[in-house]
Design a binder for this molecule. Structure first.
Ligand code: AMP
Ligand code: MG
Length: 682
């Protein structure tokens, strides 16, 4: 995406109102490029296009100035209503060097053909130019002031104005000759005049169509090209095709006009992960669990987009932004008890006060109580003016419109301060928090109606293995039932994500590739089990390796086998071991925090507890071990067998005992770390 400029060289250091360009791929933008003049820009674009064509890629190159003029102008100037006739006409006449150009003179020359008072106006030079009005006062234009596109796009500028705030006139005059050359040199296709069946597509954009002001401290043009590039590069081919389906043969059109909501939505979509996001530092052999977790935490970023909805509908979702309290809680000082309210603390001894008429109940607008009088007041009622203290009704006798009670009582007793819970304007909840029942209550109490939340993380679950049969069917000799899928689907659901059942695939590479492709369309993360090692029938790892986007994570953990971590069509794949005990452990220890991160929530360490062991074990140094465990009589007992084929042990257990990386000699009474399944959200 390129933000153009009609002026001269803008100097060495990056600045606003210069030419800026930015390249993005699959939702990831590179650093915006500052291009100080059009010569530099044309060279940079030429090199970029050459490199992309050589790499077999296609480019959608956006430029932020009109590709055509209002209807009738091209024909009046060149004799043809073909926009390219106009491009060539300008290319033959525009003279451009970094320090000067002839745009005002050429505009004057054109104006003279049409009577000398328009269509162009604004002279940026000191000297007068024959036929080019400086002001709009004595200006005359027989063509439309704006193209159809500019009439539709609020705030878009006329192409006849050559200077001043927001003027694009000079950009068109100085841009089209460059585009004419690029088009010829690269046989590029220009939108919307030609079908975009070439390597390079040149498309008109207008960043302000959907973008507001740049964040503080950023150069607007740089930020805008980056945002547009990033957004357009996330669009699925179908969406892009729909947005490009426009009929504007002479004037051209602005990309995205009429699809603004869709563009805004796409820009709320976070960037995809890169293919090398699971790469391990070179030379790594067995990665300790801690290090593996730190790597995951560093490498993974949220992949889900966001949407806004009422708090009540948003439970279970993850906040995409910090939420600020719209109102204090409580909004006014109020009473915490049923009793009688008055002003000020009272010393020891008996106190009598006249009661005012009526009462203050929860929901009542606060009234007024004269000094020296008391008012009947009920829990939750806002304190009337003149009341700051409440005495419990149990401590009071009432007769003849008077109350009596024994002091002492402190000023402010039995009341709640305004904002003692939450103060308006404070951050009530931070981005990444999941909205559970307590959070829903807090948001509601803080006067928050709508919240911006992440879309649910869709997790595809896929079992692989020739031996697998669907549970409930008949298994032939040598076959086993698919135990991992029902387990993993339910784990995903309990972790708070959206499980997508992608079924089973035999050990067949083509079938697996097709299923991974389908899963990459249906989900944000693919969870496979089986076939993740480096054996003959380990097709998950083989396919991901072939795709050039896999790392086998050999983690020093038991139970566990290598994890195949990779990317398939832009979607991360978590290749879990086939063994159900290892699959569950790996899903709990590595899969769960990774999913949390992808879903946009805070990194989640499971809450563990230090408890005495009820077992004996001699543990070697060099790996972290997880034992199926449960608490009985305040002690952690572990499943009789550590055999990783024993699915019954998972069901027997209520949690895991985590034995750290170092060697350990455990006897009954040794303190060990117990992590209940509930700590993992199960
Ligand atoms: P693999 O990782 O494919 O080598 O499988 C390791 C072990 O786990 C083998 O004994 C498989 O038969 C078994 N296994 C793989 N997938 C499943 C599954 N979905 N359900 C139960 N056992 C499985
Ligand atoms: Mg297998």
């Amino acid at each position: 995406m390129v933000d153009w400029s009609g002026g001269n060289d803008t100097g060495k250091s990056p600045r606003q109102d210069a030419i800026w360009a930015c390249v993005a791929r699959l939702g990831r933008a590179e650093a915006p490029q500052y291009l100080r003049n059009r010569k530099v820009a044309e060279d940079w674009l030429t090199q970029l296009f050459e490199a992309e064509i050589a790499a077999g890629r296609r480019v959608l190159a956006g430029f932020d100035f009109p590709f055509g003029y209002p209807k009738g102008y091209a024909a009046a100037l060149t004799g043809k209503s073909d926009p390219f006739a106009l491009w060539n006409w300008l290319e033959n006449r525009i003279e451009d060097s970094p320090q000067s150009n002839n745009r005002f003179d050429l505009a004057g020359e054109i104006n003279r053909q049409f009577g000398g008072r328009g269509p162009f106006w604004f002279n940026g030079l000191k000297r007068d130019v024959d036929g080019l009005p400086r002001k709009k006062t004595d200006y005359e234009n027989s063509f439309s002031e704006r193209r159809l596109a500019e009439k539709r796009a609020k705030g878009a500028f006329s192409c006849w104005q050559l200077g001043g705030a927001g003027a694009v006139g000079s950009q068109v005059l100085m841009g089209l000759p460059v585009l004419a050359r690029l088009r010829r040199r690269f046989e590029a296709a220009v939108w919307p005049f030609e079908p975009l069946d070439k390597s390079i597509a040149i498309v008109e954009i207008w960043p302000s169509l959907t973008l507001g002001a740049a964040p503080a401290g950023q150069i607007k043009d740089a930020w805008q090209v980056r945002e547009v590039a990033r957004t357009v590069s996330t669009l699925e081919p179908d969406a892009l095709a729909e947005m490009l389906a426009v009929d504007a043969p002479e004037e051209g059109w602005i990309f995205g006009l009429g699809h603004e909501d869709r563009l805004r939505q796409a820009s709320a979509q976070p960037p995809r992960l890169t293919n090398d996001c699971f790469a391990l530092p070179p030379g790594v052999h067995w990665t300790p669990v801690r290090e593996a977790l730190v790597l995951l935490q560093d490498r993974l970023t949220p992949v889900t987009g966001s949407e806004t909805m009422p708090v009540a509908a948003a439970t279970g979702r993850i906040l995409a932004e910090d939420v600020v309290a719209a109102r204090s809680n409580p909004p006014l000082p109020n009473t915490a008890v049923d009793g009688y309210g008055f002003f000020g603390g009272k010393a020891a001894g008996v106190h009598r006060m006249p009661l005012v008429e009526g009462r203050a109940a929860a929901g009542d607008r606060p009234g007024l109580v004269p000094l020296g009088s008391a008012v009947r007041i009920l829990t939750g009622a806002a304190l009337p003016d003149g009341v700051d203290t409440v005495v419990l009704q149990e401590d009071v006798t009432v007769s003849d419109g008077q109350i009596a009670f024994h002091g002492p009582i402190k000023a402010g007793a039995n009341t709640r301060r305004a904002g003692e819970d939450v103060v308006q304007g404070d951050v009530a909840l931070t981005q990444g928090a999941r909205i559970g029942p307590a959070q829903a209550a807090l948001l509601a109490a803080s006067g928050v109606g709508d919240v911006s939340v992440r879309k649910p993380l869709r997790v595809a679950v896929l079992s692989t293995g020739a031996e697998l049969v669907e549970a409930g069917n008949t298994a032939a000799l040598g076959q086993i039932f698919d135990a991992n899928r029902p387990m993993l689907l339910e784990m995903v659901r309990r972790f708070g994500h959206e499980p997508v059942d992608m079924g089973r695939v035999p050990d067949d590479r083509d079938a697996l590739a097709a299923r991974l492709e389908a899963a990459s369309k249906a989900a944000d993360l693919i969870l496979t089990s089986g076939g993740a090692s480096a054996g003959d029938e380990d097709h998950v790892s083989a396919l991901l390796t072939e795709a050039g986007a896999m790392t086998l994570w050999r983690i020093a953990v038991k139970p566990g086998r290598p994890l195949a971590l990779g990317m398939w069509s832009g979607v991360p794949v978590f290749g879990l071991p086939g063994n159900p005990v290892a699959a569950m452990t790996c899903a709990l220890i590595f899969g769960r925090p990774a999913m949390a991160r992808l879903a946009g929530s805070a990194w989640e360490e499971p809450q563990g507890f230090e408890v005495p062991a009820a077992f004996t074990k001699n543990k070697k140094h060099g790996r972290t071990e997880y034992l199926r465990a449960r608490i009985r009589d305040g002690q952690a007992e572990v499943f009789a067998s550590e055999g990783s084929g024993r699915i019954s042990g998972l069901s027997w257990a209520d949690g895991l005992v985590e034995l750290p990386h170092d060697a350990a000699e455990i006897v009954p009474g040794t303190i060990v770390r117990y992590i209940p399944f509930a700590s993992f959200g199960l």
